[in-house]
Design a protein around this ligand. Sequence first.
Ligand code: ZN
Length: 79
Amino acid sequence: MARMECRCGEVLSNSTVPNNIELRVYTEKEWDSIMESDTIETWNIPLPTYDVWKCPRCERVYVFKEGSDKAIKIYALEE
Ligand SMILES: [Zn+2]
């Protein structure tokens, strides 16, 4: 569980489960690899490599490397 302040001032938190802040984003290759595994069930799907958060106010998207609390990419809405 974590929280952070978006550049727009909105406080983002993933402490509520489920929430609309944290996105589960997989590459197609990553997803195919998971689906090809014989041991995967709906209850044990691995978390994606990147942790992705989206601000509900300004729609900025923050990308974190797994296990890190420092964003490696920050995308702001252009249009
Ligand atoms: Zn924001």
